[in-house]
Design a protein around this ligand. Structure first.
Ligand SMILES: Cc1cc2nc3c(=O)[nH]c(=O)nc-3n(C[C@H](O)[C@H](O)[C@H](O)COP(=O)(O)OP(=O)(O)OC[C@H]3O[C@@H](n4cnc5c(N)ncnc54)[C@H](O)[C@@H]3O)c2cc1C
Length: 390
């Protein structure tokens, strides 16, 4: 006969009381502090400085950072809750968190030495300073190892030269983590990561991109022209930058997956509400099976993506290798978010194409999510590599 131990499934899908409270708190913040300004920032393509400041004060920017370094000391699961709830209202504000916390801050927290952490992490965790993460170049995106940026050691400083493109928060940041080649003969193993400050001579911001979506999130070109970066700003050892970047991306992809789930949830809720208000052929359109089946598929896709995302967040919290699960979660969540937003527009009919309805913005915002932090094709390469080598 089975005893209690064998009956114990070992999986608990329930949020703790603290997690439920956090979800409620973030949702309230998003509804009151973010929602009223969504279209204002989108149309003006303006960085929401006040909102970001408030998120810093509430601990949303340093969620997973230990309290002794100025963070909120939360788990990856709680960080995912924050991303999901902010993105449900405005994905572009969540993208600001992804670039700042998920990439720049996380890189320094994961690979910085004690001195670097003490110097940079508290200001980033509280939002006193904004961070950017600079990997992509005009000629090297998916294949980051093809980068042309160089950092040549000269005495006590690296001389950094190069151009980074599509950098989230680029214009507003004062702390940058920049990947560059310190040894041109070693391929990936010749790439190093440096902390660069905005006021170092030779750092400048280039073109601010005019984007289809995520318009409140700033995306800019960063130029580094003979920047003298003190040797003490090297993260880890020379040649470890590429490996570090892949680790940071694994971690960041859990956040992007949560962002996708929140975005899809926002679009779904708007479509469900509209279907109960819009009448056609003498009925609410929610009474038609053709619409109900769309809603059923959307809800099922979102729940599946949410479970995969939280499974990845649990693995991250436990310190497991998340290379496979993070790519699976990011791939699946971004692809379903795209499907859900398309159907949300369809349910709205012509009104879905009009900016007065929130689904129009969700539809524009979603596209970058199958591209940024690794395209869907790159995620499949990562997933397949894990499958084939096991
Ligand atoms: C809004 C926005 C914000 C961003 N934020 C940042 C940031 O903060 N920091 C940063 O460093 N970068 C950032 N990026 C860059 C982003 O990560 C890259 O755009 C992305 O990695 C893809 O690189 P790419 O644009 O050069 O496309 P490419 O690498 O040129 O890819 C073009 C196409 O080829 C496909 N492809 C490439 N290689 C293969 C292959 N081996 N097999 C099959 N298909 C392949 C790709 O999947 C894609 O479909 C951002 C981009 C945008 C648009």
């Amino acid at each position: 006969m089975a005893n209690n131990n064998t009956l114990e499934p070992g999986i608990d899908f329930e949020f703790t009381e603290e997690m439920n409270l956090l979800k409620k708190t973030v949702r309230q913040f998003a509804e009151t502090e973010v929602k009223p300004f969504v279209m204002k920032y989108d149309e003006a393509q303006e960085f929401p400085t006040e909102t970001v400041k408030k998120m810093g004060e509430l601990g949303f920017l340093g969620a997973a950072i230990p309290t002794e370094l100025g963070g909120a000391g939360l788990t990856a699961i709680e960080s995912a809750i924050i991303m999901e709830e902010i993105s449900r209202v405005d994905p572009s504000v969540a993208l600001i968190i992804a670039g700042h916390s998920g990439l720049c801050l996380q890189h320094i927290a994961m690979f910085g030495n004690e001195d670097q952490k003490r110097r940079y992490v508290p200001d980033l965790a509280t939002g006193a300073k904004i961070g950017s993460w600079c990997l992509t170049e005009p000629g090297a995106g998916s294949d980051a190892s093809g980068m042309a940026s160089t950092a040549v050691l000269d005495g006590d400083a690296y001389v950094l030269n190069g151009t980074k493109t599509f950098i989230t928060n680029g214009t507003h940041a004062s702390t940058y983590v920049v990947m560059a080649k310190t040894d041109l003969t070693k391929g990936n193993r010749g790439i190093s990561a440096l902390i660069v400050e905005r006021d170092m001579k030779g750092v400048s911001v280039g073109k601010k991109e005019n984007k289809m979506g995520m318009r409140a999130s700033d995306t800019a070109t960063m130029m580094f022209d003979g920047v003298q970066v003190p040797k003490t700003k090297l993260l880890g050892n020379e040649g470890e930058g590429y490996k570090q970047a892949l680790g940071v991306l694994d971690s960041g992809r859990v956040g992007i997956a949560a962002l996708c789930v929140g975005l899809a949830q926002g679009a779904f809720e708007a479509a469900l509400k509209y279907s109960k208000e819009r009448r056609a052929f003498g009925k609410f359109i929610s009474e038609f099976q053709g619409i109900q089946f769309k809603l059923a598929d959307m809800a099922t896709d979102i729940e599946a993506a949410r479970l995969l995302t939280y499974r990845a967040a649990v693995a991250k919290t436990k310190g497991e290798n998340i290379n496979l699960i993070a790519s699976e979660a990011k791939l699946y969540a971004s692809e379903i978010a795209q499907r859900v937003t398309t159907e949300a527009i369809q349910i709205h009919g012509g009104y879905g194409f009009i900016k007065d309805f929130p689904v129009e913005k969700f539809y524009r915002d979603v596209k970058i999510l199958t591209i940024g932090e690794g395209t869907s094709e790159v995620q499949k390469m990562v997933i397949a590599k894990n499958l084939v080598r096991s």
